[in-house]
Design a protein around this ligand. Structure first.
Ligand SMILES: NC(=O)c1ccc[n+]([C@@H]2O[C@H](COP(=O)([O-])OP(=O)(O)OC[C@H]3O[C@@H](n4cnc5c(N)ncnc54)[C@H](O)[C@@H]3O)[C@@H](O)[C@H]2O)c1
Ligand SMILES: [Zn+2]
Length: 371
């Protein structure tokens, strides 16, 4: 069973990746919360319905008293008002300083529950139990918490590292196909950034087959987690190295915001963003065209993506607006080869426009594109 240490001082923690981890949640939690009795499981209705009983049974077996605290499902509830509602509920249920929070859901639950734990009574422990592929391979590791403001995503937040991350690939059985595929793009991302063997393996297996192959899926998640753990262990607060995790995210975020966060799932926008970054890397002479082609084909073969229809100049304007919130620079993470990336600033506007035009062209001609 893979156990990956996230070596962030002062309290390093483990991510356990194991089919059936949910059944053993009580025992795992006892290791890291020996003195705690009361647990508050923050979750959403679909996850509680499918997996809540299994988790509660496992916790009860280890002598924990756990209460479910539900939030409304969806990115639009990732806001400060939800933090207030959840903490009011916890307070009414008698949560005191000895309470601990379990984040049991996708990235939205992870971010909100992490923030709840970081501010409730000035901070109580949190355990992440991610239930989407996106959250298992990415969001649950690294301790970033947060909510959105009307003016932008994730503008309010804290760093609050979990005591342990329990990843049970078995819970993905109930995840819709599209969510699974979208999350898998973050694994492709990890492969290109620093795990060429992961990239090779993903190339050899379709997403559908991977869903049915429990041990392979466990391996893919573990490799993705290792990459994220290595990066955040060296740079918790995104001083430098952590930026490499943004491969595909510069243009990806712009595509998401240009379409009001309704057209793409996050991972789908990142998929397009990786293709755009590859185009920019080739244009600058940093990446051999045949390697770019290999990555792009792998991404496009991974399943249908909603089309890119945004105007290239509009995307450029969004990047320039982002610049204001990012100390005046737009960073692009560009591959040099599969397994190695570099950070580039000052990519000429013309090249960015060409890259987005390329996405529009692929969207127009690709038979796999939908919408
Ligand atoms: N903190 C970080 O470092 C970090 C990193 C990446 C992304 N994020 C955040 O993560 C969020 C996106 O996360 P997400 O993609 O997991 O979306 P999500 O949390 O909205 O989950 C997607 C949907 O899947 C459902 N679901 C969850 N688990 C399920 C299961 N096992 N079976 C069936 N349905 C299930 C949810 O109810 C939801 O409707 C964004 O808000 C993003 O900002 C955070
Ligand atoms: Zn992402």
């Amino acid at each position: 069973m893979p156990r990956v240490t996230v070596a962030i001082p002062p309290c390093p923690y483990d991510a356990v990746i194991e089919n059936g981890a949910l059944d053993r949640a009580g025992a795992y939690l006892r290791e890291v919360l020996p003195q705690h009795e009361r647990l508050f499981v923050i979750t959403v209705t679909p996850v509680r319905r499918k997996w809540g009983k299994k988790l509660l049974d496992a916790l009860a077996a280890a002598g924990f008293q756990a209460s479910i605290v539900e939030m409304q499902d969806g990115e639009r509830h990732k806001k400060l008002a939800t933090v207030e509602t959840l903490t009011e509920k916890m307070s009414r249920l008698g949560a005191d300083r000895s309470a601990a929070v379990l984040a049991f859901g996708g990235g939205v639950v992870g971010d909100v529950a992490g923030m709840v734990a970081s501010v409730y009574m000035r901070g109580v422990p949190v355990v992440q139990i991610p239930t989407t592929l996106q959250a298992q391979v990415d969001a649950a590791i690294g301790g970033k918490t947060g909510v959105n403001l009307r003016t932008g995503k994730n503008l309010l937040g804290t760093f609050h590292q979990p005591r342990i991350v329990l990843i049970d690939p078995a819970v993905l059985a109930t995840l819709p196909d599209r969510e699974f595929r979208a999350g898998l793009f973050e694994s492709w991302k990890a492969g290109v950034i620093g795990r060429p063997e992961l990239f090779d393996q993903l190339e050899k297996i379709s997403g559908k087959a991977l869903r049915r192959d429990a041990s392979k899926l466990e391996w893919v998640i573990a490799e993705s987690v290792k990459l994220k753990a290595e990066v955040v262990s060296q740079d918790e607060r995104e001083g430098g190295l952590r930026r490499v995790l943004n491969y595909g995210h510069t243009i990806g975020h712009a595509l998401e915001s240009a379409t009001g966060y309704r057209h793409f799932l996050h991972g789908e926008a990142v998929a397009w963003g990786m293709i755009a970054a590859n185009h920019i890397a080739v244009a600058g002479g940093h990446l051999p065209p045949d390697v770019a082609r290999r990555i792009n084909e792998a991404i496009l073969n991974a399943g249908s993506l909603p089309k890119v229809t945004s105007q290239s100049r509009g995307i450029l304007r969004r990047l320039q607006a982002d610049k204001k919130t990012n100390s005046g620079v737009v960073h692009f993470v560009l591959p040099k080869e599969i397994g190695r990336v570099e950070i580039a600033r000052d990519v000429p506007d013309k090249v960015v426009i060409q890259a987005v035009d390329e996405l529009r062209r692929i969207s127009g001609s690709s038979s796999s594109a939908r919408n």
